[in-house]
Design a protein around this ligand. Sequence first.
Ligand SMILES: Cc1ncc(COP(=O)(O)O)c(C=O)c1O
Length: 411
Amino acid sequence: MAKPAPVHTIMDQFEVSEQQILVGGKNLDLISAILDKPVFYAYDQAIVKKQIALFHQHMPSTIKLHYAIKANPYPALVQAMRDWVAGFDVASQKEMLLAIQTGMPVEDISFAGPSKQESEIKAAICAGVTLHVESELELSRAISIGQNLGIKPIVAFRVNPAFELKASGMKMGGGPKQFGIDEERLLELLPALDYTTMSFRGFHIYWGSQNLKVEAIQDAHNNTFALAQKLIDATPVEVKTVNIGGGFGIPYFAGEERLDLTPIGTNLRHLLDTYPQLAAIELIIELGRFLVAEAGIYASKITDKKVSRGHTYLMTNGGLHHHLSNSGNFGQVIRKNYPVAIGNKMGADSSSEAVTAVGPLCTPLDTLADKMHLTDPQIGDWLVVFQSGAYGPTASPQDFLGHPHVHEILL
Ligand SMILES: Cc1ncc(COP(=O)(O)O)c(C=O)c1O
């Protein structure tokens, strides 16, 4: 069988010493001993900081960077992020609590989510975080909860834009959607709202996620600025903030390239010149995986090796219950391999034999690496899945079959 295209370009963020991958300067045996766990996620702070620096290097300096906690809510990471980003986006009361307790100013925390319960709306109003209101009923609930409390809700409208992202990736705008209020309906509502019942902030225009196409992102930004201007024109009070979305993707699969931020930044600078009213207010980009996914690995141990009708299987102590997205069951249509390597044999030539690494679950879906050319994989070696710093443990069915939960470390 032909060897698959090399994926080394998307595993190059980590340091390697004596063929051992290092996370925060430590090899996997050391990390395992520190945690006292044989399978874990490890996140490298230096790589997160590098991604943040990359953002600032290319984006206009006036655009603020917010971290979408849903991508990785590991408390030590979120705490560290407190000093590295300008704000947090939260999607639940639990994430909100985490965000507040890092010491991030509440003015820089926003709460989005299409089905907020009254208790969550109340919690957000009491905390003073900005509600990204996603329906007309949610607005009236927020206003009446605010009136009962004697606290004005801080409101920004999440808009379901009429434009759609022109590319693959996760589309979250255009057509009918559960997210936000349709742009055309909002344009009707805005002139007639009673703004004395709320503390009005602005708009949240979120069009998609995991995008690797420069032109599609530029196009989305062009559409977002045009829409934001229309919304400002229709609003009789001051618009203080526009969140212009996020969506910057990271390469997961062979053949994918890292996103080139240079033309995206250039286009945004041009838009700021074209729309001076927008340039004068607070603009935010909110990112999750772009900041953290490349900084994380998932490391499990090979504990058995067997051959079935000529094909070699590596059995590991990790699996889909810890890392659903790597198994291909978190939104992917066709399963493709994440970059995987033997973490204690980095840099050596990979074997010509294609092997399959699996976990302990009684389902063929529990596949960590399918027919991959790894480097002489043996029992006791570390099987490392890269690009694992986002949508890992908290996006996985950890209780499925009752195996132990996975542990995490930030180094
Ligand atoms: C509103 C909102 N913000 C941010 C994100 C984070 O996306 P990503 O991790 O791809 O940056 C999402 C993802 O679904 C989202 O829905």
